[in-house]
Design a protein around this ligand. Structure first.
Ligand code: URA
Length: 210
């Protein structure tokens, strides 16, 4: 078992993912399910966040009770499909900060080229959770992690809805220290870089742009 690969196989997650994969799911349904599913994934990916006790007073007496340590964590969305995951995650962690990375694939070299990068301040004191629905070739994920590592955050995790053996191998080869959280590991990539059986183009399905 790969210790830095977390398969989120909760029945609710699996059920919602099946409904999203169906080609006849409407944009509205797809987006709602992604929102619900992202909230469930946020529980899993934040499971090991450190806490410390503070003293509070209930209506009956004083007690020590846990709160989350440190500076607010940062969700980093890889544009544009990552934005589909953000909202659900922010429902669970409403105080989180948000960063955005925009990357496109150069048609000649197939290298990921950055066109946008905006992060909160004090990144060296923060934990980062990168979100992108599909970890396919791994090129954007690798480029986003590389760029974020320049800012020296405390930790980086990567969350996707779906991946495939090729995507996992590529990201783990480039960044073995970055844990991957996913709801499914599909069979393979096709020659256009799409995941099979997959769910199609996540961005088009979230935003209805097909
Ligand atoms: N991006 C997508 O939106 N879908 C895939 O299958 C692969 C990458």
């Amino acid at each position: 078992m790969n210790p830095n690969l977390h398969l989120i196989n909760h029945p609710l997650v699996q059920h919602k993912l099946t409904l999203m994969r169906r080609k006849d799911a409407s944009t509205n349904t797809f987006r709602r399910l992604l929102n619900e599913l992202s909230a469930l994934m946020a529980y899993e990916v934040t499971r090991d966040m450190p806490t410390h006790d503070i003293e509070i007073e209930t209506p009956l007496e004083k007690m020590n009770s846990p709160v989350i340590d440190g500076k607010k964590l940062v969700f980093v969305s890889i544009l544009r499909a990552g934005n589909g995951i953000l909202e659900g995650m922010l429902n669970v962690v409403p105080g989180a900060r948000v960063g955005h990375v925009g990357l496109y694939r150069d048609p000649k070299t197939l290298v990921a080229v950055e066109y946008y990068f905006k992060m909160p301040h004090d990144m060296q004191d923060r934990d980062v959770i990168i979100v992108d629905p599909m970890l396919a070739t791994g090129n954007s994920a690798i480029a986003a992690v590389e760029r974020l590592k320049e800012l020296g955050p405390k930790s980086i995790k990567f969350v996707c809805l779906l991946t495939c053996p090729e995507g996992i191998a590529a990201l783990q080869k480039a960044h073995p220290d970055v844990p991957i959280y996913t709801a499914a590991i599909d069979r393979q990539l096709n020659s256009h870089g799409y995941i099979l059986p997959g769910l199609g183009d996540a961005g088009d399905r979230i935003f209805g742009t097909k």
